[in-house]
Write a protein that binds this ligand. Structure first.
Ligand code: ARG
Length: 292
């Protein structure tokens, strides 16, 4: 058999789609009735129907791409439940439960934990304050963990023990980017030969303290660094399947950077949900492993 060998450039830019299973929650009760991040202004009116319509477009996009979506029932009085990324952190069928920083969201924790238990996941009950995949992102075998606003440093130790994995703590410093997933996106979590593919994350350098920026530069020298302009429209709050990257249509520079690296940007506008301080990734919790 003779095959034409691919050039080195072709090999590094060819992106392979991976199957994803996500947990989402329809924003049927979405509104902004309290403020726990700088984006939320309770005096500003929200349009629940528009929020549902935009969320539906995200749901449909995932389905069209061939992904699998599970739904958790939205509960009245919990308008932030649409941001399922905060509902836990799931690897190999084990769900590390959330413990919310603010009392306004506290009642979401048992709802998510019950959902995991009822859907075949082994639940690890948290002791420490943590907001799930909002602050924990898996890259290869490593957990990148955010702190500064929501999840505590102690939760970083806890998540490392639960999953027996290396945890890299990163400190966020800009209140607009209060969860790690607002400032850093994992584009391809699959380990390449010889370790983690070093080009597989994107981040907003200015959202992190000096020390964390140095860690990111060292560990991910080829990462996409996103501009402040793209970061401030929640460009990094995106979901990737290794090939398709669902991003905000406002993040024009990031869109171009993704194309240059061989990814396929898919634009979905969640402007209404941004009034609650959340975007694409916030509405998406990855379910890794688990049985049906
Ligand atoms: N209003 C929610 C909060 O402040 C938004 C959560 C956004 N979620 C995320 N994964 N970044 O908690």
């Amino acid at each position: 058999m003779s095959a034409t060998p691919a050039t080195a450039t072709e090999v590094t830019t060819e992106r392979v789609q991976q199957h994803r299973r996500y947990l989402m929650c329809k924003p049927s009760h979405f509104t902004v009735s309290y403020s726990i991040n700088p984006w939320m202004e309770p005096s500003r009116p929200t349009d629940t129907d528009l929020a549902v319509q935009q969320w539906q477009a995200l749901y449909d996009t995932y389905i069209e791409l061939g992904h699998e979506i599970d739904l958790i029932d939205p509960l009245e009085g919990l308008p932030d439940m649409v941001y399922t990324a905060n509902g836990g952190f799931v690897i190999d069928g084990v769900a590390y439960g959330p413990k919310f920083r603010f009392r306004e969201r506290a009642a979401e924790a048992p709802a998510f934990i019950d959902w995991f238990a009822a859907n075949g996941f082994e639940v690890a009950e948290p002791v420490e304050v943590n907001e799930g995949e909002g602050d924990f992102l898996l890259v290869g075998d490593t957990i990148l963990a955010g702190t500064g606003f929501r999840s505590t440093g102690d939760s970083h130790c806890e998540v490392g023990e639960v999953f027996s994995r290396e945890v890299v703590s990163l400190t966020l410093t800009d209140p607009r980017f209060y969860h790690l997933d607002t400032a850093l996106a994992v584009l391809d979590p699959v380990e390449g030969p010889g370790g983690v593919d070093k080009a597989n994350i994107a981040y907003l350098p200015n959202a992190f303290d000096e020390h964390s920026q140095a860690i990111l530069r060292e560990r991910f020298p080829d990462a996409i660094r996103v501009s402040d302009a793209d970061g401030s429209v929640f460009g990094l709050n995106s979901a990737s399947d290794g090939k398709n990257v669902i991003i905000s249509p406002r993040a024009k520079g990031f869109e171009a950077q993704l194309r240059e690296r061989g990814y396929t940007p898919v634009l979905v506008d969640l402007s209404e949900l941004l009034l609650g301080g959340g975007g694409i990734k916030c509405c998406t919790l990855e379910l890794r492993g688990g049985t049906r």
